[in-house]
Each structure stands twice: as structure tokens, then as C-alpha cells.
Design a protein around this ligand. Structure first.
Ligand code: ZN
Length: 436
């Protein structure tokens, strides 16, 4: 494994988080991730060089709610040699070439027998598709359709040197304690092999958020879960049932590195604080952002939002899964995710976290008529830039809204101002002892 981004000591300089995230994605890109196995472990070990990560293993066969922890899958080599003996497809060149969870095979067969095991995208003939066969015992290879069309008749030698058997399933967890017991859950799947937007972008943005929050005082605890999709989230929930009561807000991060506008799918609760916080931040940050309702389909928000769990966890994306041409193909590579796009996602998440951390319902201590702001140095006097006018409007909105029941987020929503502007005004009024 090539390591581009050395571990940054806590409190150390971090001049370019966007570049840091992209370099980390480049290191993780070639690792052969799946639901289980050494590719997931290598991914988590690489992350552990950057953030404080604990690794967890659950044994194959362990029941988790209605599911069972799967057997572990590891591959040593996988290739097809053509009639002339040359390797026409090799997993060592691109790990999308092998269908995930392929059974071991070592046989020579005619093209007609091999063909049902070859997967292509006729509409995107230059790309390798992403295919898995987790729960049916099968095997297969993926290749560009153009290559399939050129294969001559003859005998093909197939080698899949892999093991599927009892082992374990691995996930990683990073916990940053806060002053309060309440936690924010950030969840990213770690089971896709060489696919950059889905899913390395979610992994590296979550890691960067953990890195950024580790250096700040925190009201909430922040729990980052890096687990294989579906079965990983289900297993995490099954073994953490007591802990879930502490989760006050949460986000699944996926597909957050492409150039598209942000997409948010609300939690099953629809009007949780996380839903309102994301919607508020996106409406000020990105006029093309889309906010939609929860659907029982997509990423792991559907596990966190199953009826017996019902946590306020939404799904934060850029372009929605399944709607961009590179999705689940070899075109979802490192060129699709750009440092500035990853940085834009991190900035939006930090603004959302800021709402969760700073939202409160303040009380105006001088509510009989407006307090005299000029005397306290809070009134700009004559002139004033538009910036100071906005700040002054924010002071007036906060003073008027602070009845001890209305939250800063509600005041920001009513004022049509970014939460950060309103929260800054509240801090200034609190310093002037006008607000409790
Ligand atoms: Zn996917």
C-alpha cells in the first residue's frame, strides 16, 4: 500500500483538507474491499493512521436481528486466460473484474460455458461494471462489453483462487466524547472495492470530519461508524442496542465527492433537528440542493430508520445514487471526486454540526422594549457596510426571538439568515449580558 498522506499529529497544521481527503482516497482505491475480508481490514488500518479508530470483529454465523454474519471472503488471484494462453481479464489489474464473493474455480471451459459468468454494460461498452453475489453461491467476472464482443471461440482457463469460510466481519469506530451524553452518529459504508464516489468519498469525508472535530470542544459526543453496507449497519445496531438511545442526530455519508449539487434525504422522522439543520444549511449554501423525504431504499439510513430503531439519521449525498452514469462502474474513479468537491462537502457538514452544537433557546434579559444597543457598543451608528447591517438585523432578530422557547435555528429560519450569523449575534448579546 502506498501512503501519500502521513498521519497528522493532533493540533498540527492541516493546510489543505481537500487534498488530504483525495490523497487518502487514492491510497484506499486499490484495496479489495467487500463485506468482509482483508481489504476491509487494510482500509480500516489505513484510516487508523489518521484518526483514532477501534476495530471490531464479529464471527461468521453470529445472528444479528433477522440476519447472520456472513462467511469471510478473501482472494489471492483471479484471472481468465484466452485460447492463446494470454490473460484477458486479471483481478490484479482492477478489482472490479471479479464478482464480489465469487466461489473458487479452477477449470478450462469453452466460451459458451464461460459466457453466462461474464458481466458487461452493453450501453457503456468501455466500462467495467460492479457486481456482487453475496448471498447466492456463484462466480463471475466483469469486463468492458467491447472486449467481450471481440472474444474468439475456444477454450478459456478460469482461475479464482479465493476462500469463503468461517472468519469474521470487520468494522471500525471512532468516538469523540462530548460534554453531554447525547451523540451524533456519522456512518459510512466500507464494502465497495475500487469505486471512488460510491464509496471512498463518504469514508474520507467522515475521516476528515472526525479529524476536524477532534480538535474542538464538543457538546455532543461524535461516533463515526465505518461498516459494510446493510449487514454491517444491522450488526452494529444489534450489538449496540443500549447505546442507540443516546443518538440524538445522525447522517449517512455516501457519494459526496462528485461535482453535483447536494442531495439530502430526510430521516424517517422527517422533522428531526438534523433534518431541519441540513435543510437550513443547504438552502443558504447551495441553491441547486435537493431535499427529499425518507425512502426505505438507498444506503444505511434505512437500517437506522427501521421501525424498531427509528433513529433521526438522514442521508447526505451529492448526486443521488443510481442517477449518474459513472455509478457502480469503473468510471467512478479518482477523477470523479475532486479535492475542492470533497472540501465543499466537509464545509457543509461543519456548518451542519455547528447548528447541532450551538442551537439553544436563549432568553432576552431586557425584554421590555428594545434594549439600548448603542450604549453597549452593539449599534453601528451611521453608515455601515451591508455586512454590519446584516449583523445588526441579526441582533434585533435574536433579541426579539429570545423568549426562552424559540431556538436559534427557528430564529435563523424566520429571519432568512444563515445560522452562523444568528449564533454569532447571540454570542455578542450574551457577552453584553442581554441574553441568558
Ligand atoms: Zn453502491
Amino acid at each position: 500500500m502506498t501512503v501519500h498522506a502521513p498521519a497528522i499529529p493532533a493540533g498540527g497544521a492541516w493546510p489543505d483538507p481537500g487534498r488530504w481527503m483525495h490523497d487518502l482516497a487514492a491510497d484506499l482505491y486499490p484495496l479489495p474491499r467487500s463485506l468482509t475480508g482483508d481489504g476491509v481490514r487494510a482500509t480500516l488500518e489505513r484510516l487508523a493512521l489518521e484518526i483514532d479508530l477501534e476495530m471490531h470483529e464479529l464471527p461468521s454465523g453470529m445472528p444479528v436481528f433477522d440476519w447472520t454474519v456472513p462467511d469471510e471472503w478473501n482472494v489471492r488471484e483471479a484471472w481468465i486466460a484466452g485460447p492463446g494462453g494470454e490473460r484477458i481479464v486479471d483481478w490484479a489489474d482492477h478489482n472490479l473484474h471479479l464478482v464480489g464473493y465469487s466461489q473458487p474455480v479452477r477449470r478450462t471451459m469453452p466460451l459458451a460455458e464461460l459466457r453466462p459468468h461474464l458481466h458487461t454494460l452493453p450501453d457503456q461498452p468501455g466500462l467495467i461494471p460492479y457486481r456482487t453475489s453475496y448471498y447466492d453461491r456463484d462466480w463471475g467476472f466483469c469486463l468492458p462489453h467491447a472486449q467481450l464482443e471481440g472474444l474468439p471461440e475456444g477454450d478459456y482457463e478460469v482461475c479464482i483462487d479465493a476462500t469463503i469460510g468461517p472468519g469474521s466481519m470487520t468494522w471500525g469506530e471512532c468516538f469523540l466524547p462530548g460534554q453531554e451524553e447525547r451523540e451524533v452518529l456519522i456512518s459510512a459504508h466500507v464494502c465497495h472495492p475500487s469505486l471512488a464516489n460510491d464509496n471512498l468519498s463518504g469514508i474520507v469525508v467522515a475521516a476528515a470530519l472526525a479529524r476536524a472535530l477532534a480538535e474542538r470542544p464538543r457538546r455532543h459526543g461524535f461516533r463515526f461508524v465505518f461498516a459494510p453496507a446493510t449487514i454491517g449497519a444491522i450488526a452494529w445496531l444489534a450489538v449496540n442496542q443500549k447505546r442507540t438511545a443516546r443518538i440524538a442526530h445522525g447522517l449517512v455519508l455516501a457519494g459526496v465527492g462528485d461535482a453535483g449539487a447536494f442531495t439530502y434525504e430526510r430521516s424517517r422522522r422527517r422533522t428531526a433537528l438534523i433534518d431541519r439543520a441540513v435543510e437550513h444549511v443547504l438552502c443558504h449554501a447551495d441553491e441547486d440542493a435537493t431535499v427529499g423525504d425518507f425512502e426505505p431504499y438507498g444506503y444505511d439510513e434505512r437500517q437506522y430508520g427501521s421501525p424498531g430503531i427509528n433513529l433521526p439519521v438522514g442521508c447526505f449525498m451529492r448526486t443521488k445514487y443510481g442517477t449518474y452514469p459513472e455509478y457502480h462502474t469503473s468510471a467512478d474513479d479518482l477523477s470523479l471526486i475532486r479535492p475542492e468537491q470533497l472540501q465543499g462537502t466537509l464545509d457543509a457538514l461543519l456548518a451542519i454540526v455547528d447548528v447541532l452544537e450551538r442551537d439553544r433557546a436563549p432568553l432576552n434579559l431586557s425584554p421590555m422594549g428594545e434594549p439600548q444597543l448603542g450604549r453597549r457598543g452593539l449599534y453601528g451608528g451611521c453608515g455601515g457596510t451591508s455586512h454590519t447591517r446584516v449583523d445588526q438585523m441579526a441582533l434585533l432578530w435574536v433579541l426579539n426571538g429570545s423568549d426562552g422557547e424559540t431556538s436559534l435555528l427557528e430564529i435563523a429560519e424566520r429571519a432568512g439568515m444563515p445560522f452562523a450569523t444568528v449564533a454569532r449575534a447571540a454570542d455578542r448579546l450574551a457577552e453584553a449580558r442581554l441574553l441568558a
